[in-house]
Design a protein around this ligand. Structure first.
Ligand SMILES: *[C@@H]1O[C@H](CO)[C@@H](O)[C@H](O)[C@H]1NC(C)=O
Length: 296
């Protein structure tokens, strides 16, 4: 057999095998995997002054949990100032970029393919429309950043979950948080739904009552801040990992995890770091408001 054909055969086999499982992967070529210089690596900065030490710690914990559940197949590399060597990176901020501040969390579903080291914003903020109350909420957004999109927006989701728009916040409705993805921009298996995915909304998110907006039709949604077996298998497929994925939800229920972080309002702790306020990078980073991972 010639090599390209063999490769194609292997790829199709992997695809077919992998997508006997759930999950929704980005296929929009505008966004790529975070693979740079031969490594699975997500370089990032925290927007200066946006986060308290506790909030930074929560975000770092979410990164570490994904890394650990993926057998260290990825690295998250924190910079104290924007890299200037053309490395593509993420700017984690509350507002999600200049201009009108986002009222919710958002991210692009992957690395902007043509970023050219300018940086791309993502919004991580607290509140009922945010994603900063616990590690699981942050993990959900980070999964989208890596290229695995939200399970409750997948094209076949109405066969598996109910969406109670009546108790959903106005912000989430306005932002299209329950829209179904454009089928030509994602890869997913219509015959499956992963009720354990960390990409699913937890009960407080977008809820006016505290009851979950999204609920399983026959099976309950259960995730407490660990990747599900299928989350892990999907990312493993996307990033060519060799991790042996664990099913942490197969046995007894895991302890519930609710660490509510006090809202910051930039306390005086300020952690006077590395002064590098030069920010002389004249290029404007990519930003657009109000993306809940639903774009196009
Ligand atoms: C879905 O995405 C494709 C490719 O970008 C685009 O041509 C099409 O108009 C989109 N469909 C909808 C309904 O937005």
């Amino acid at each position: 057999m010639d090599t390209p054909r063999t490769f194609l055969l292997v790829l199709v086999t992997i695809l077919t095998h992998s997508f006997a499982n759930g999950c929704v992967l980005n296929t929009d070529p505008t966004f790529s995997r975070w693979k740079q210089f031969g490594y699975n690596n997500v370089p990032f900065i925290f927007y200066p002054g946006d986060y308290t030490a506790a909030e930074q710690s929560l975000i770092l914990q979410a990164m570490a949990q994904i890394k650990s559940d993926m057998g260290s197949c990825f690295t998250w590399t924190q910079y104290t100032s924007p890299p200037t060597d053309g490395t593509n990176f993420v700017i984690i901020s509350k507002a999600g970029g200049p201009g009108v501040a986002s009222q919710s969390c958002y991210t692009y579903p992957g690395m902007i393919t043509l970023q050219q080291g300018k940086g791309q914003y993502m919004a991580i903020q607290s509140g009922v429309n945010g994603c900063l109350s616990n590690v699981r909420q942050v993990m959900r957004l980070l999964m989208s950043l890596l290229g695995q999109r939200f399970e409750h927006n997948k094209p076949n989701r109405d066969a598996y979950v109910n969406i109670n728009r009546g108790i959903a916040t106005a912000v989430s409705l306005n932002y299209g948080a329950y829209n179904i993805y454009n089928k030509s921009l994602v890869l997913s298996n219509d015959a499956d739904f992963d009720y354990n995915s960390v990409t699913l909304l937890d009960p407080p998110t977008f809820s006016n009552t505290g009851n979950p907006v999204v609920t399983g039709k026959t099976v309950g949604i259960n995730n407490v801040g660990r990747l599900s077996l299928k989350d892990c298998q999907c990312l493993s497929f996307l990033y060519s990992c060799t991790v042996s994925c664990q099913n942490v939800y197969s046995g007894a229920p895991l302890p519930t995890q609710f660490i509510v972080i006090p809202t910051s309002t930039s306390t005086s702790t300020s952690t006077s770091t590395s002064t590098s306020t030069s920010t002389s990078t004249t290029t404007t980073p990519f930003a657009f408001p109000f993306d809940l991972g639903r774009r196009r």
